[in-house]
Design a protein around this ligand. Structure first.
Ligand code: PXP
Length: 253
């Protein structure tokens, strides 16, 4: 089984474009759940450009799915997480000027600050994930911090030119596969996400060490054309198909 976490940040982006309450991220999360989502992801940014504090509270209280709260490793966010008590937090690097999370955390450089930062979260039973690039040094540093999970940034894979070598895994996909194997061998649960869509998801969903994918922007965009439930259900179908084809191929070998 591979879990599908749905990131509903951009429902809030659209809501905030006009103020008011519509469209509502909680309603989107409930619809995603009906369509087969296993969890909801929301990023409470320092500048509150999309998700706001009240959204996080409501997602936790009104949606009966595990909540994965993405956040920067700041004192303010630690306080909020310890109050809201999400099932997991995913620590991401954050820059005010970026359009989206552009790269992974530099855990090698921040190991000594991240290690004590994650302890109180884990002490409350909150699982801690670090969003990192598919890099062996970063994975090894993540394991040393005591984090439970690494989420591998799939942005470079999503942007790679895939017009050649269609029968083979692309270089970035191979890189992600080796990274997932290494992280898994070090006892970390492995997640992945960023820039995934219907066309590129299969190669990532087929990596057996990956336990969860977190997908947002594409699915929220697609929901405008085919509806939230259909948008999520198609992704669910594709990732399960990719995972079971991989399992079947391995049995045949
Ligand atoms: N995982 C993490 C840690 C992210 O920061 C994001 C983007 O907010 C995603 C997954 C989802 O990426 P996308 O919106 O491109 O699907």
């Amino acid at each position: 089984m591979i879990r599908l976490g749905i990131n509903i940040d951009h429902v809030a982006t659209l809501r905030n474009a006009r103020g008011g309450e519509h469209p509502c991220p909680v309603r989107a999360a409930l619809m995603a759940m009906e369509a087969g989502a296993d969890g909801i992801t929301a990023h409470l940014r320092e500048d509150r450009r999309h998700i706001r504090d009240r959204d996080i509270e409501r997602l936790k209280n009104e949606v009966p799915l595990p909540l994965n709260m993405e956040m920067a490793a700041t004192g303010e966010m630690l306080e909020i997480a310890l109050k809201i008590y999400p099932n997991a937090v995913c620590i991401v690097p954050e820059k005010r000027t970026e359009l989206t999370t552009e790269g992974g955390l530099d855990v090698c450089a921040q190991e000594h600050t991240l290690t004590p930062y994650i302890k109180p979260l884990q002490g409350k039973g909150i699982r801690v994930s670090l969003f990192i690039d598919a890099d062996a040094g970063q994975i090894e540093a993540a394991a040393r911090t005591g984090a439970d999970i690494v989420e591998l940034h799939t942005g470079a894979y999503a942007q790679e030119d895939k017009s050649k070598d269609e029968d083979y895994l692309s270089p970035a996909a191979c890189h992600l596969r080796s990274a997932a194997q290494l992280a898994h061998s070090l006892g970390l649960e492995v997640h992945a996400g960023h820039g995934l869509n219907y066309e590129n998801v299969a190669a990532i969903a087929a990596i057996p060490e990956i336990a969860e994918l977190n997908i947002g922007h594409f699915l929220m965009g697609e929901a405008m054309f085919i509806g939230m439930k259909e948008s999520v259900a198609r992704m669910r179908f594709l990732i399960e198909g990719a995972r079971s084809s991989f399992a079947k191929a391995t049995e045949e070998i």
